[in-house]
Design a protein around this ligand. Sequence first.
Ligand code: FUC
Length: 805
Amino acid sequence: MKKALAVITLFLILLETTYVLAQSGNTLWYNQPARYFEESLVLGNGKMGASVFGGVSSDKIYLNDATLWSGGPVDAYMNPEAYKNLPAIREALKNNDYKLADQLQSKLQGKFSESYSPLGTLFIDFNHTADPHDYYRELNISDAVSKVKYEVDGVSYTREYFISYPDQVMIIRLTSSKKAALNFSIRFNSLLKYKISIENSDLKAVGYAPVHAAPNYLGDIPDAIVFNEKKGTRFTTLFKIKNSDGRIVTSDSTLGVKDATEALVYVSIATSFNGFDKDPATEGVNDESLAKGQMEKVFQKSFQQLKSSHLTDYQKYFNRVSLDLGTTNAPDLPTNERLKRYSEGKEDKNLEVLYFQYGRYLLISSSRTPGVPANLQGIWNPYIRPPWSCNYTTNINLEENYWLAENTNLSEMHRPLLTFIKNASVTGAVTAQTFYGCNGWVLCHNSDIWAMSNPVGNFGSGDPSWANWNMGGTWLSTNLWEHYIFTKDIDFLKNNGYPLLKGAAEFCLSWLVEDKEGKLITSPSTSPENKYINDQGYHGATFYGGTADLAMIRECFTQTIEASRVLNTDKDFRTKLENALARLHPYKIGKNGNLQEWYYDWKDEDPLHRHQSHLFGLYPGHSIDPVRTPELANACRKTLEIKGDETTGWSKGWRINLWARLGDGNHAYKMYRELLMYVDPKGDKLSYSNGGGTYPNLFDAHPPFQIDGNFGGSAAVVEMLLQSSENEIRLLPALPDAWESGSVKGICARGGYEISMDWSQKKLKNLVILAKADGKTTLICGNKKKEVNMKKGQKMKIDWQNIKN
Ligand code: FUC
């Protein structure tokens, strides 16, 4: 007996000092309900979104639908003669009158974008009288299911939640361990206009979004939110309960269950959104019959049927990629505690994996609706005037959302953005003509579900440093080529990608003007969202020949040329682009060794500014790299050093990728760790400050929550492990020391390849390459190279250790 006690004591001591269980790489868990949105666990099927708080006496679930926005189709002709102001701006710039140029930019502005609307909140009220014990809630991202478990009065209660893509509904399964102990009632409310009714044991909410919701940064202005009963997007939300036993009870506005042991709540949502160019009130989809149709189809199905088709669908995407960075002896803590511990500098490899995979989870959950890419908060938003309208900001945020789409093997999730680009090219052709007198199509600083493309600023009140930037379409056009080069889908390139790329290039061709040396520049230009101090000491935004503009144009032209070659089309146009490309004003290195942001070597108003658009050519572009353009790459490094590492969430996400492209894995890793710095959810969500990081539910904190940092961070993990161009794949190009051994499965490379590999002591060991198309590429790792020539569908195993230098 004594001996046994001694063994047990020894075991307990050991348990205290070494952690037997490593922390999970695919589960977020907590021992208390969420108090803040940034603690809730989010679910989504790429259209419907839910943020689950998991409360005990009352559960709160924010509901969203990706297609529920304020406003309606844009009148692209809102400022039809704006372009007539261009000559005066160019003249002011020629005369070095930068102040006047800044002022005149106000004439090249239009409306603000509309806002993403919150659909409403579902409450599930319980009649527990005693305090709960053993509370647990989790989100398992390998099956996209969230669970809640607790005990009250000796009865164990469980809830399970998921949102199915194949069945287009949310399912909540509730159980009690004791027979007939389950009692709950559901209700719904919304910040929008809505009516509640009970119809055939369905709780029904029908309503509509505002016709206008002004950006929250405009503050308390008159008519910030305007509802009009005859206008705006309609929505229907239906709740239905299936009970195993007990009985269904209803009131005027609630639906519940009494004395049951198990019950399923089905939630079906639909909106009248019918495309970016259709009035959602007069030409909309019949949301009510859509929501009813969805409900009827699923109500007959059992929980197991629904769950199994949900899992098959979700895991088809999620399981394509796995990452193993080795295990850390870390205590099995709730995710918020775990994040805090990691922020103190402790190791947790599986948290690094979890954050990476969580980005993939969020993209699968938020980006599956054609023409409706993931917005600033993915699809999860409770505010009627959300931060930055929760719209599409195209000077970084929208693009960063998709950096992980191709390289983490989620190409299908890229499609909503690609179809959005097509929509934007329609309004953008009008904007190109009316604001700039140019051909092709253009998209400026912001957009929304209506594919708005004009410069914002409410016809003159926007600061030109952001309102007048007009390279959003140019930047987005590069996604088209990226999609092709990762998938080698030639039909896509021919029918969708190339025509849009061409239109973007046409705009740039007609937008470029000659500088004094006969080089091609943009004028006016701005550099998101930084300001210069010029030789006269003037702090301004408007100038000419911005490095960022030219880097984006360089990328767009290079890709359009390449696409026209692949398709063997438009030879004359290609020649024009080649000539223009050769004449672009080149990159310049400033006196501090930095890459010059401005045409002249001026000072930055804020040298630590979060934006670094002039480094576009290093990442996400391809015109700068340490091998082919070492001086420029060094200048980018210097710029990053000057800026330092302290910045917002999305900006950290971008910088990690930039450091990875510089081949500096340790710096990239340092910043990855900083991206995962715990941020307290108590802060004021609607005021923005520096110091990005991660909230308890692993949402990226700008702060406030923006999803771009999550996506940029996940993309950067791959960028550390693999970088590629059309004909080269660099393996482990920026492997941090902290990841000296590991393996990855299923990440993607340009040229149409899927790569799995493992490494130890920072040396690549085995590699499996799968070709999605016929083609050749060169695999490079350190100073070893191997050329492979593969057929579509071919898989090749390579023992890299036996490859000769
Ligand atoms: C740009 C950024 C801000 C923020 C907003 C959504 O304006 O400069 O930091 O991310 O987009």
